[in-house]
Design a protein around this ligand. Structure first.
Ligand code: G6Q
Length: 550
């Protein structure tokens, strides 16, 4: 099959882009009073408005043709059906099975994976409930009040983002913490607020070989053993989440305290597995299942809805439109929802580790087009006072996703109105901009002198025509959060298919790890063994010669 970017659909899109590029979004809205309805989609109580994009019905048709050229529907089916689409690691990609609560069989190499999925889910759920109701106790008999997840990357960002998002649903008196960085400050500052008698550590590592996680877990283990004066305490203060049972056992965590998942769950797609244990502890098994149910609804929507009304497909195609036809270097995700403050960080990994690739699935180089953009963001309104200047008036444009809840999960309704007003105002400002004439008129009305108007007017012009999507959901419930995360996951998948890259491997993180091992040896030996570039050798020499401060 030809790649999408070698197809007639691609050539047609390039031509179409050159016609549409000079057209302002103001004109598109003026021409079509039904634009908002025409370019909005609904799923449950989630509303997806993509009308503020630089597109017409024809653009959408052409983008859909590009998706068909890429064989999107067949590739989607292959993922859901357990084909080893992660071809460089020879693995299936079946995180969707983890939220398949209806239990329809999901076959992998002739075996239905659902019984083991449900088995681990119920083990995890029972354990989480025993921590929540106080029946699981620490070594000295006290109930657990703090749970510390030790993991990094996919074994940290997902559960952390979800726990933060669902804070209003946490069980009072029980808190979850996340330690990821090998920088000892992370563990040190976390342990300061923990009492060993009431603390449970979850060591979360798919491979159980990750240096950062094992270093933190060993230090936490020492902290427990020193506090209780016996190794026996480890059994009541440590559990593990992993695919590598033997390594967990050698670390000293028993099989009863180990929760399993499988190599067909990618790290950055694993929050739906037992990697979600901190979520289940914080919000309970029912809350966790609601999260799964929301994601499952999106899976069905993605699989069953015609491409033209398929939310993740449209999200993905819009990203392709800006990245590959307008040269947008980045994509901003701005939740006007403080509870989603870790969502941009989570999506940075999910998207950039998945689609930050420069070879095709068959290993041939990607030539002539760009793949994944930079993903970034911060909650609104904070981001307005930080980097929105560039979004409004920088050279080029960066498409933005706005996310907001219709109703808050806190009592301050007046704050919420201000928050929502700002969210809508930003997308409107990006769309409309402000022309030179409008600036002149406004300044004259403010009573500014002609000289002042001439000196400042150009600085106050916003060209507008900058695209955005807006997601509105009723409340940030576990179900809505599940929906949102799954939408972004499938958006990533769609884009990976169109770029023909493997979105499920991450070879790009290997080299740094390998070199860190060598440099660590150099640091321990007090000097470089050679083979480094001049800068690295120079920095290493400074580090080993610099004595510790008194
Ligand atoms: C995610 C990546 C990566 C991984 C971490 C932690 O998709 O593979 O972020 O999750 O390196 O790995 P472990 O869970 O094996 O410790």
């Amino acid at each position: 099959m030809k790649r999408a970017f070698e197809s007639g659909a691609h050539r047609a899109l390039k031509e179409h882009q050159s016609k549409l590029a000079p057209v302002h979004l103001r004109e598109l809205f003026a021409q079509d009073p039904g634009r908002f309805q025409r370019f909005s989609l609904e799923l449950g109580d989630l509303w997806f408005d993509f009308s503020k994009n630089r597109l017409t019905g024809e653009t959408l048709e052409l983008l859909l043709a590009l998706a068909r050229e890429a064989g999107l529907e067949a590739r989607t089916a292959a993922m859901f059906e357990g084909y080893p689409i992660n071809n460089t690691e020879g693995r299936a990609v079946l995180h969707t099975a983890l939220r398949n609560l209806g239990g329809t069989p999901v076959m992998l190499r002739g075996q239905n994976v659902m019984p083991e999925v449900f088995f681990e889910l119920s083990r995890m759920g029972a354990f989480a409930e025993s921590v929540r109701d106080g029946s699981f106790r620490g070594h000295s008999g006290k109930p657990i009040r703090r749970v510390v997840n030790i993991g990094i990357g996919g074994s940290d960002l997902g559960p952390q983002m979800v726990c933060e998002a669902l804070r209003p649903f946490w069980k009072p008196g029980l808190s979850v913490h996340f330690v990821s960085n090998v920088d000892g400050a992370h563990l040190y500052e976390t342990l300061k607020v923990c009492d060993p008698e009431e603390t449970l550590f979850i060591v979360a590592s798919k491979t159980f070989t990750t240096l950062e996680t094992l270093t933190n877990a060993n230090s936490a283990r020492r902290w427990i053993v020193e506090a209780f004066g016996t190794e026996a305490a480890v059994a009541r203060h440590f559990v593990a989440v992993s695919t590598a049972e033997d390594r967990v056992r050698s670390f000293g965590i028993s099989p009863e305290n180990t929760f399993h998942f499988w190599d067909w769950v990618g790290g950055r797609y694993s929050l739906w597995s037992v990697i979600g244990l901190p979520i289940a502890v914080a919000v309970g098994l029912e809350g966790f299942k609601e999260l799964l149910a929301g994601a499952h609804q999106v899976d069905r929507h993605f699989l069953e809805t015609d491409l033209s009304r398929n939310i993740p497909v449209i999200m993905g195609l819009l990203g392709i439109w800006y990245r590959n036809y307008f040269g947008a270097p980045a994509h901003a995700v701005i939740p006007y929802d403080q509870y989603l403050h870790r969502l941009p960080a989570y999506l940075q990994q999910a998207d950039m580790e998945s689609n930050g690739k420069s070879v095709h699935r068959d290993g041939s180089p990607v030539v002539g087009y760009q793949t994944g953009p930079v993903i970034f963001g911060e909650p609104g309104t904070n981001s307005q006072h930080a980097f929105f200047q560039l979004l409004h008036q920088g050279t080029g444009f960066i498409p933005v996703d706005f996310l907001a809840a219709v109703h808050p999960l806190h009592p301050y309704e007046d704050h919420h109105r201000i928050l929502l007003a700002n969210c809508l105002a930003q997308s409107e400002a990006l769309l409309k901009g402000r022309t030179l004439d409008e600036v002149r008129r406004e300044m004259a009305e403010e009573g500014r002198s002609r000289e002042e108007v001439e000196a400042l007017a150009a600085h106050r012009v916003f060209e507008g025509n900058r695209p955005s999507n807006t997601f509105l959901y009723d409340r940030l419930t576990p179900r809505n959060l599940g929906r949102l995360v799954a939408l972004y996951e499938h958006r990533i998948f769609v884009q990976g298919v169109l770029w023909d890259v493997n979105s499920f491997d991450q070879w790009g993180v290997e080299l740094g790890k390998k070199l860190a091992g060598r440099i660590q040896k150099d640091l321990e030996a007090g000097g470089a063994a050679g083979g480094h570039d001049g800068s690295t050798a120079g920095l290493l020499a400074r580090l080993v010669r610099t004595p510790a401060p008194e």
